[in-house]
Design a protein around this ligand. Structure first.
Ligand code: ADE
Length: 327
């Protein structure tokens, strides 16, 4: 069978029509996201790092706060890692923040600007193929297609396949060379607003004419989730709370601050607080008991704790208990 689908091989006229329809739809329907108001490569870089594995809605406030704290590449390079992590606290995947900070320090030490090409960007810590193409296309107009979670689903549906399509060349054939950054974001937006994993809104899809699926769809395989219980101690004396630092060699969240972990023996009394929290593929039931400050803990005021790189869970617990205010 000769493939005629737009995501496989199609005439120039159909491809041009696809681009036009998609971009017109994007112009009329895109969400007003803060990183879409700028061409500043540092801001766009920040947004794309934060958006790795993280939903748009979760990123917006962090993006604004981070840029208030570190408005320029130089400001980020000058600061220390604990301050960077403190701003990132709660957003998760902290390695992203460390890598971005390392990249900023490297560029400033070498008196360089942010590279303007996807290949230059990929040489920096924390920037892979997806993020390099996103930054280069949005900030510098490079004709580099982005393929990631949402976009891959859109391309596979358009091709009418659930496997066997190398989506990168398909995306590169489709991208609009006049507005590559907008085209990439339009594909992301289509995946986020219309071409949803379950029950896509095909009735309002601007490119359904070229779609090989139109509503029949494969459902993405869900990552297996694990359940676990986490237990912590809340020790407050004279308005100061006990916190401990995670080991520098810890696999997750190394060097960040948290409430002292409780041994399961504390489970004999009722917890002061129970809440749910998810980290990557684990869903935790979190229980917090009142207790004594353990050896090795620091005693921190609320003002000081707010400036520490707390784990997201610790920040959530302290906000829930109104020891910290929500920003
Ligand atoms: N996900 C990754 N990059 C994005 C962007 N620029 N806009 C919306 N969602 C995204």
């Amino acid at each position: 069978m000769v493939p005629t689908n737009i995501a496989r091989r199609t005439g120039a006229r159909a491809t041009a029509a696809f681009r036009r329809r998609l971009l017109d739809w994007y112009d009329a329907n895109q969400r007003a996201l803060p990183w879409r108001k700028t061409r500043d490569p540092y801001r766009i870089w920040t947004s794309e790092i934060m958006l790795q594995q993280t939903r748009v809605a979760a990123v917006i406030d962090y993006y604004k706060r981070f840029l208030r704290a570190f408005p320029t590449l130089k400001a980020l390079a000058r600061t220390n890692e604990q301050e960077v992590l403190a701003q990132w606290s709660g957003l998760g995947y902290y390695r992203r923040a460390r890598m971005m900070h390392a990249a900023a320090k490297k560029l400033v030490a070498e008196k360089r600007q942010i590279p303007e090409t996807s290949s230059g960007l990929r040489e920096l810590p924390g920037i892979g193929r997806y993020t390099a193409a996103a930054i280069a296309s949005i900030a510098f107009g490079e004709v580099a297609a982005v393929v990631g979670g949402n976009v891959e689903r859109v391309l596979l549906r358009i091709a009418g396949e659930d496997e066997g399509l190398d989506t990168w060349p398909a995306a590169q054939r489709l991208i609009d060379s006049e507005r590559p950054g907008d085209f990439n974001q339009a594909m992301m937006e289509l995946g986020a607003l219309i071409c949803l994993p379950k029950a896509p809104h095909c009735g309002t899809c601007p490119v359904k004419r070229w779609c090989g699926t139109r509503g029949e769809h494969m459902t993405a395989k869900k990552a297996l989730r694990t359940r676990a219980t986490a237990r912590y101690i809340l020790a407050i004396n004279d308005g100061k709370i006990s916190l401990v630092q995670r080991r520098k060699a810890a696999r997750l969240m190394p060097g960040m601050w948290e409430l002292p972990p409780a041994r399961s023996a504390s489970a004999r009394t009722a917890p002061l607080l129970t809440l749910r929290h998810s980290i990557t593929t684990t869903d935790y039931v979190v229980k917090v008991w009142r207790g004594k400050p353990p050896r090795g803990s620091i005693q921190s005021t609320a003002a000081n704790a707010a400036k520490l790189p707390l784990t997201g869970l610790t920040r959530k617990i302290l906000q829930r208990l109104q020891f910290l205010t929500k920003e």
